[in-house]
Design a binder for this molecule. Structure first.
Ligand code: NDP
Length: 256
C-alpha cells in the first residue's frame, strides 16, 4: 500500500486534456488515480510518464457512467492508497455530431450517461468518502462552451454540459458545509489529438474567433484545475472559470 498525503482522481486522465491535468498535478505533488474506458499501450506509457515525476499513479479501466464499475474503481483506489481522494476531476467526456432530428437514442444515452451521470456518480462516491474521512476536498468538473451557448448538431453534448453547469452549483451548495468545494472549468477550443481530427486547421480556425488570438492548449486547462485544487482558491465554490481566450464572451454583432 502506498502512503500519500494528497490523492487526485482524474477521469479520462490518460489522454488529451486529462493527461495534462494528471501530469501537472503529479508535478505539483499529487498522487494520481485515473479511470478511462479503454486501456492500451498508450495508457501504460502515460502511467510511466506520471510515475517518472516521483508520484504514484494508479490506472483502472471503467465506464464513468456505470455505477457498479465506478464503485469497483473506488474500492481499488482504497486498496491501493488506503485513503480517500482529496481531489476529483470529472474530465471524461464524449460527443457526437448530429442534427436534433436525426440524433440516435443510443448516442443521446451514451453522451448524457458519460458526461453528466458520470459526473454525478463519481462526485457522490468521492464526496461520501471525503465526508467519512472528515477531509476538506475539491471537485472540478470539466464543462464546455456548451455550458451556456447553443451549438448546432451538438444537442446531446450541450444538454449534458448545461447539466454539468447546474450540477456544479447544486453540489457546491450542498457540500459546502462539509468543506468540499465544487467548481467547473469550461474550455474554449483546445488543441488535442481528438480536436485536431475535427478540421484540417483546428488551431487556425479557433485563433480567428478567439479574442486572445490563439487556440488553447491542454496545459491552459490544467493550470486552472491546479488553482481550483489548491488553497489559493479556498473561498471559491460553485463557479465556472472560462478558459477560452474570451471566445465565449464575445457577442455576435452585425456592425463590426
Ligand atoms: P479526449 O477524447 O482526448 O478525452 C476524453 C477522455 O474521456 C478519454 O480519456 C476517454 O477514454 C475518456 N472517456 C470517454 N468516455 C468514457 C467513459 N464512459 N468512462 C471513462 N472514461 C471515458 O477529449 P478531450 O481531452 O478533448 O476532452 C476532455 C474533456 O474536455 C471532455 O469533458 C470534453 O467535453 C471537454 N472539452 C474539451 C474541449 C476541447 O477543445 N478539447 C472543449 C470543451 C470541452 P478513452 O481514451 O479510454 O476513450
Amino acid at each position: 500500500m502506498v502512503s500519500t498525503s494528497k490523492l487526485a482522481v482524474v477521469t479520462g486522465g490518460s489522454t488529451g486534456i486529462g493527461k495534462d491535468i494528471s501530469l501537472l498535478l503529479a508535478e505539483s505533488g499529487w498522487n494520481i488515480a485515473i479511470s478511462n474506458i479503454h486501456a492500451d499501450e498508450n495508457t501504460e506509457e502515460v502511467v510511466d510518464e506520471i510515475k517518472s515525476t516521483g508520484r504514484d499513479c494508479f490506472f483502472y479501466a471503467c465506464d464513468v457512467g456505470v455505477k457498479q464499475e465506478v464503485e469497483k474503481f473506488y474500492r481499488a483506489i482504497e486498496e491501493n492508497f488506503g485513503d480517500a481522494p482529496d481531489l476529483l476531476v470529472n474530465n471524461a467526456g464524449v460527443q457526437t455530431w448530429a442534427p436534433l432530428l436525426d440524433l440516435k437514442e443510443a448516442d443521446w444515452d451514451r453522451v448524457v450517461r458519460t458526461n453528466l451521470k458520470g459526473c454525478f456518480l463519481n462526485t457522490q462516491i468521492v464526496a461520501n468518502l471525503m465526508k467519512k474521512a472528515k477531509k476538506p476536498g475539491s471537485i472540478v468538473n470539466i464543462g464546455s462552451g456548451c455550458n451556456k451557448l447553443a451549438f448546432p448538431n451538438l444537442v446531446d453534448y450541450s444538454a449534458s454540459k448545461g447539466g454539468v453547469e447546474m450540477f456544479t452549483k447544486v453540489a457546491a451548495v450542498e457540500l459546502g458545509g462539509m468543506g468540499i468545494r465544487v467548481n467547473c472549468v469550461a474550455p474554449g477550443g483546445i488543441l488535442t489529438n481528438r480536436t485536431q481530427e475535427e478540421s484540417s486547421d483546428y488551431a487556425g480556425d479557433w485563433a480567428k474567433i478567439t479574442p486572445l488570438g490563439r487556440v488553447g492548449y491542454a496545459k491552459d486547462i490544467a493550470n486552472a484545475v491546479i488553482f481550483l485544487a489548491g488553497d489559493q482558491s479556498s473561498f471559491i465554490t460553485g463557479q465556472t472559470i472560462w478558459v477560452d481566450g474570451g471566445a465565449f464572451t464575445k457577442a455576435n454583432w452585425p456592425y463590426a
